[in-house]
Ligand binder design. Sequence first.
Ligand SMILES: Cc1ncc(COP(=O)(O)O)c(C=O)c1O
Length: 424
Amino acid sequence: MIQEPFKPAARVAGQKQDVWTIVNEAAAASPIQPIVNMGQGFYGYNPPAFVLDAAKQALEKVDCNQYSPTKGRPRLKKAIAAAYSPFFGREIDPEKEVTITTGANEGMLSAFMAFLEAGDEVILFEPFFDQYISNIEMPGGKVVYVPLHPPKDGATKTTSASEWTLDMSELEKAVTDKTRMIVLNSPHNPIGKVFSKQELQAISDICVKHNILILSDEVYDRLYYVPFTRIATLSPEVARLTLTVGSGGKNFYCTGWRVGWLIGPEHLIKYVSAAHTRICYSSVSPLQEATAIGFEKADEEGFWEESKRAMKGKMDRFNQVWDELGLPYSDPEGGYFVLANLSKVQLPADYPFPAHVASRPRDFKLSWFLIKELGVAAIPPTEFFTDANAHIVEDWLRFAVCKNDEVLEDAKERLRGLRKYIRE
Ligand SMILES: Cc1ncc(COP(=O)(O)O)c(C=O)c1O
């Protein structure tokens, strides 16, 4: 007889309480309500009307309420191929080179499931989007970390996200004969770095030399404020190795829709689709239809330009508060997250942090303090680092600016309350 019927599998046992739970629970319990939640990267407003209307209309169509083909609705694959062919400089085949997934996240899980055998290594840059880890470990992959180095004077002055740098010799040293894949994220969460063409060239040279598959997470691909290069476009040799990941949720302000996709050569996409079929068979149908219509109409609506302009406006509007307070931040080149450096904020020595926060690095305490005392929630970024390197960001907090302007103004007003805790 089984002795411990409720014992969880190792892949879910022993996980620390995740940062989203800690921050969301603290936010719900804060004495200051409603809280201004700039923690998790969800939008504080709706998709544009042409996308929302498309979703409502899709719900009226019989076939949209039934299973989609496992590789995705033909209309969406076609719309994505049409939208991305100009960026890739070649005709993308919608039937063979695009596959639709349940958000970018399940798309990446499918890619790891498709190519990793137990013990295969995957290189990740620190900081990393936390979901990569379990997605790699579930099929038995081993994560190998290579750090992005922070700006040297990031604690004393505002720097650019471009100043977070990758040491290419460290990257090459991390390659072993077990290295199967590398994950790249540009524009980057949480740093907001957009990898330059030169950096991508150097990374891809290593991948081509060692035949390493590149999983390029480009979910923030419509939000860049400096020139943006897609690694798959560097050369046919790189394209051969690259899967590019996209997210309808990030593109059209609807992270709850869970529509994502991968674009890549047929010899890679067919196995990603095979894994996706086994994981969840197919993805939510009516919202695929709406995402397709979103892509079809986005250009004529001027949506992409407007989306970028609006987000950059929000970023600049919010960051004024750091300039006012004299607190440095890492100015993002893309995406909707900003890292602010709070090393000058002195937390009261006798502040009663609960045990699960007291035992974590200083950024968890800063996050807790801001939630309880000011009513603003932000994410402690040590969660995106291994324990060994967490110290790099323990004075920083990550704020998501994808919120209404009034919410950003409210957050700024609350954050002015930090003034009395700032020591030069
Ligand atoms: C870097 C990065 N990749 C992937 C995702 C997940 O995207 P999706 O919501 O489409 O699964 C996120 C969401 O926060 C992200 O920040």
